[in-house]
Design a protein around this ligand. Structure first.
Ligand SMILES: Cc1cc2nc3c(=O)[nH]c(=O)nc-3n(C[C@H](O)[C@H](O)[C@H](O)COP(=O)(O)OP(=O)(O)OC[C@H]3O[C@@H](n4cnc5c(N)ncnc54)[C@H](O)[C@@H]3O)c2cc1C
Length: 461
């Protein structure tokens, strides 16, 4: 190994596996740099040695978007809180800081909170803005819509700072950077004063939701629902900011023991007897989700929840006006294809247009429809027929896949989905002319030479 690299904390036998245990890799060298000088050395040596580089955040992406067999960089030592501006509710943090760290160790003690987030908190700040991560809420864009400024290092080791006001176009690109533009170092985030959420959970019928969808989205700040396939049941989650006193809801017995451990066992049994799946959907709806309940909790404890066990997941953002048609067609297909069994939940969430260049919610208000295929006790369960149908349907109705999750979409389709796809790739080419941040995920999407193509209308940065 080169002497300059040996000074940086590094391993040559690291095994990386994502949270879902669906992808893994063995990077030739795995670094835990301590400072920007370390990062610069890695990039310059990688260039000389013609190695690819991937930065890994929390490793939560359910695809191989963070994998590499060349040089992997973990940002776990870039975990400092640089500034907390309580007056304006703005924090400036290094990119290796996790959402969990913010929710539990930084924001509450400063009277602050994140305005919205996804269902888990293990992501790093650099990773969460890498894939268009979103929560739910008709008036809330993806997570990165709260980002005010990003500082990052590009492939030649130089550092760029951008915000809406400074390098505006680059900022819109880096807010869903896809791991392609450089190494995110520092992110400034707009927070809000700490708040509690009043969560109302109520069961209902899918058709009622579809008829009333617009008002359901607008009546609550953070509305989402689960649909239980093979039934017409849904459970609605409506969360709104409140000054009410804290009130815990749910019980460990139903949510953890039954809703997690017993469910995993039942789903495992259903891998031998798939005909049990509709029964399981009904049973768990009745036991864990029917009726209504209320709770008042700290905001992050409502936004995040137990995502249960290892899983394959595909999630598509479809234009909001197509939600009803798509969900009706999904229901019809399941009825018409009775040999295919689909376990709950199908998760439906709503995100406002946020103008971020390659965020699925960049150009329009979208509905995210997420399909999970659980792997009880790690067992692989076939799901191709259902997923193929869903992905074709979502494509037909103007959908775009979540960047971090499973999809088979290629560059030509992305070009149709995103008017600025070629512009993003041109920006990428200017920042990283040797394709240093390329990996198998991107080789699949772009084709062998895809990254070397120049956008039709080449513009300077
Ligand atoms: C259980 C579970 C629940 C989830 N829930 C949601 C949800 O509710 N909503 C949603 O939208 N998504 C959700 N996700 C997906 C998750 O939010 C995204 O995959 C997110 O990007 C993961 O962040 P990470 O820090 O783990 O990044 P990683 O998965 O480690 O990396 C993601 C991408 O960012 C790049 N990257 C990471 N850090 C940096 C950096 N500092 N500089 C440059 N590039 C970097 C990586 O190279 C990679 O390309 C969920 C995933 C799981 C496993």
């Amino acid at each position: 190994m080169k002497e300059s690299l040996m000074k940086i904390p590094c391993k040559n036998n690291h095994y990386f596996q994502n949270w879902s245990q669906t992808y893994s890799c063995k990077p030739e060298l795995y670094f835990e740099p301590r400072c920007t000088d370390d990062l610069r050395v890695i990039l310059l040596e990688a260039k000389q040695l013609k190695k690819k580089v991937k930065v890994v955040g929390g490793g939560l992406s359910p695809s191989d978007i963070a994998c590499t067999n060349h040089f992997m960089i973990s940002m776990k030592l870039f975990n400092k809180i640089l500034e907390i501006d309580k007056t304006n509710c703005v924090i400036t943090v290094e990119s290796g800081v996790t959402i969990y760290q913010l929710n539990n160790h930084v924001l509450p003690s400063n009277g602050l909170a994140l305005s919205n987030m996804g269902s888990v908190s293990g992501q790093c700040v650099g990773g969460i803005i890498g894939t268009g991560t979103h929560g739910t809420g008709g008036n809330f864009g993806s997570f990165a819509s709260c980002v005010l400024e990003v500082t990052f290092m590009i492939s030649d080791g130089s550092i760029i700072k951008c915000s809406k006001e400074k390098n505006g176009e680059l900022f819109q690109a880096v807010c869903c950077h896809l791991g392609l533009l450089g190494i995110i170092l520092v992110v400034k985030i707009q927070c809000e004063p700490a708040f509690k959420l009043h969560l109302k959970q109520a069961s209902g019928l899918l058709e009622d939701n579809l008829v009333d969808l617009k008002s359901l989205i607008s009546q609550s700040q953070h509305f989402r629902f689960f649909w239980f396939p093979h039934t017409d049941y849904v459970v609605n989650f409506m969360a709104d900011r409140t000054k009410r006193p804290l009130k815990e809801g749910g019980s460990w017995f139903w949510s953890q023991l039954v809703g997690h451990y017993v469910l995993e066992f039942f789903l495992w049994v259903s891998t031998f007897f798939p005909c049990l799946v509709p029964f399981i959907n009904r049973l768990f709806f009745k036991m864990c989700y029917s009726g209504s309940s209320e709770s008042v909790r700290r905001s992050d404890r409502v936004f995040t929840f137990d995502c249960l066990f290892k899983q394959y997941v595909t999630e598509w953002a479809i234009p909001q006006q197509n939600t009803v048609t798509v969900l009706r067609k999904m229901r019809e297909w399941i009825i018409a294809n009775s040999h295919v069994k689909v376990h709950f939940p199908v998760e439906v969430r709503f995100v406002k247009q946020d103008g971020i260049m390659l965020a699925p919610s960049g150009d329009e208000d979208v509905t995210y429809i997420g399909i999970i295929s659980f792997r009880p006790y790690g067992k692989i369960v076939p799901h191709d027929e259902w997923w193929n149908f869903f992905e074709n349907l979502a494509t037909e109705y103007g959908g775009k896949p979540h960047w971090a999750k499973a999809h088979k979409v290629k560059a030509d389709d992305f070009r149709r989905m995103y008017p600025k796809f070629d512009r993003f790739m041109e920006i990428r080419r200017q920042l990283d002319p040797t394709c240093m941040f390329w990996n198998d995920y991107w080789r699949r999407v772009m084709g062998k030479d895809g990254f070397h193509m120049v956008a039709p209308e080449k513009q300077r940065l």
